[in-house]
Design a protein around this ligand. Structure first.
Ligand SMILES: [Zn+2]
Length: 451
């Protein structure tokens, strides 16, 4: 059975195509042609885009939004003070709480058009560090939450060894720790064997050069799948890396052999020119998280330099300070405008007038798909039918001619209407079947946390 979805226009091969349709077979795969008796789903007033790919998320940090914005006159407030609040949240959630909060985060992502999430998962154990009876209890709760919402999940299991170079152990990090790298790799491989659904895959995520010593990084070369790592988010992290290793983070990762097409550096803000070159030459990827980086005062990802060097760039919602990946795409360009004092910074040298919008959309879709090694991110035949529709008939793009529509949607604003994973709607006319139950449970959990 083939179903034909009929929007006003769809995004394919770098442009909006008016009058084209999307044919999807019973397995949820896009096909090139459909039989005459195929079912038809009319989507009038809608523009279809590939489902957005969120390359970097910590779902549980959804509990922090709005709670870390109180000012404290006279004291400094930065990444490191925010991190203390994050640790308090990280130590307070039980398995059901992890499920409830993750489900709400994934629900909000789905409502914003996200169909795939790369979840950088580092809550592993009980608050005192003792493993649960099932060592993968909390990972299973995150998978349960994503499955309930219907988004694809790449569970990036974090390896975490220590508080930092010559830093005393921090009891609030006990939930994150593995005793040694062999255990970390064993547990990650176990997860890979356990989750065999086509909607859940597993990757490895050494947390950062701060949290993982060199012998761990060397041992992690044995991992052949997707490998994500926080890198160069804060200047203090570079200084510590220089003190411990005599080289900068990307130089260290190059030396131990972790860079390459499977590697994604998350943030990668404070880079020297030679580090940009190393990332590009190795065909590595970078995941920028503009709304979180803005919220934490991290700095600006130089996506123009990275793209010019051949680095794949993707986007993540990270701390969930804001869950709107198209807005992250806008911010990626917007922050560079503030830095470079000009407009159209990420516009490719050649292309149509909507080439900037097309590039930003591809960063929010194909960039993430490549970083997570999934075949999603485009509406070509043979790919999974993960898509989002946005309103063409709403006020955000009112009066725009067809040739300005893509730019208006990506750089002006887009109202998500429907979201489908493998050809099955998880959001229809802005409604998700689990929304009410999820929000009620989330409210109750938040009340408990703040009592
Ligand atoms: Zn992160």
């Amino acid at each position: 059975m083939v179903t034909i979805f009929e929007p006003d226009a769809l995004f394919r091969a770098g442009e909006l195509r008016f009058g084209e349709t999307l044919a999807v077979d019973a397995r949820g795969t896009i096909v090139a042609s459909a039989p005459t008796d195929a079912a038809r789903v009319r989507l009038p007033g809608r523009v279809m885009l590939p489902g957005l790919v969120n390359g970097h998320s910590h779902a549980f940090q959804r509990v922090l939004r709005g709670r870390t914005e109180l000012t404290n006159p006279g004291s400094s407030d930065d990444f490191w003070s925010w991190r203390e609040a994050m640790y308090a949240a990280a130590t307070s959630l039980d398995p059901e709480g992890v499920y409830v909060v993750s489900r709400q985060a994934f629900l909000e992502m789905a409502l914003a058009g996200i169909t795939t999430v790369g979840e950088f998962h580092y809550l592993h154990h009980q608050p005192d560090g003792t493993p649960y009876a099932d060592e993968h209890e909390l990972a299973a709760q995150v998978v349960r939450a994503a499955t309930e919402v219907g988004v694809r999940l790449v569970l990036l299991r974090v390896g975490y060894a220590r508080a930092g170079f010559e830093v005393a152990p921090n009891p609030r990090q006990r939930r994150f720790l593995d005793p040694d790298v062999e255990t970390c790799l064993r547990r990650t491989a176990e997860l890979q064997r356990r989750f065999t659904s086509p909607y859940v895959t597993v990757g490895l995520a050494p947390h950062s050069v701060r949290a993982v010593p060199r012998p761990w990084l060397t041992a992690m070369r044995a991992w052949t799948g997707v490998l994500h790592m926080h890198v160069s988010e804060q200047p203090a992290e570079i200084a510590a890396c220089l003190a411990e290793h005599g080289r900068r983070p990307i130089e260290l990762l190059d030396e131990v052999g972790l860079l390459g097409p499977s590697f994604t550096g998350v943030h990668a803000i404070h880079l020297e020119a030679d580090e940009v070159r190393l990332l590009g030459n190795s065909k590595s990827a970078v995941c920028a998280c503009p709304s979180t980086e803005r919220n934490l005062g991290d700095g600006v990802v130089r996506a123009d330099e990275l793209l010019a060097a051949g680095v794949t760039v993707s986007l993540g919602t990270d701390s969930q300070a804001h869950v709107d990946l198209l807005d992250d795409a806008r911010q990626l360009e917007g922050h560079l405008r503030l830095l470079r004092l000009k407009r159209n910074v990420l516009t490719p040298a050649t292309g149509a007038p909507s080439a900037l919008a097309a590039r930003l959309l591809s960063i929010a879709t194909e960039g993430g798909a490549r970083s997570l090694a999934l075949p999603v991110g485009s509406l070509e035949p043979g790919r999974p039918a993960d898509f989002v529709t946005v309103r063409r008939d709403g006020p955000l793009v009112a009066g725009l001619p067809d040739q300005a529509l893509l730019s208006g949607l990506v750089l002006g604003g887009a109202e998500v209407a429907d979201v489908a994973v493998a050809g099955r709607f998880i959001v229809r006319d802005r409604e998700h079947a689990s929304a009410h139950a999820s929000t009620q449970s989330f409210l109750a959990t938040m009340r408990q946390l703040t009592q």
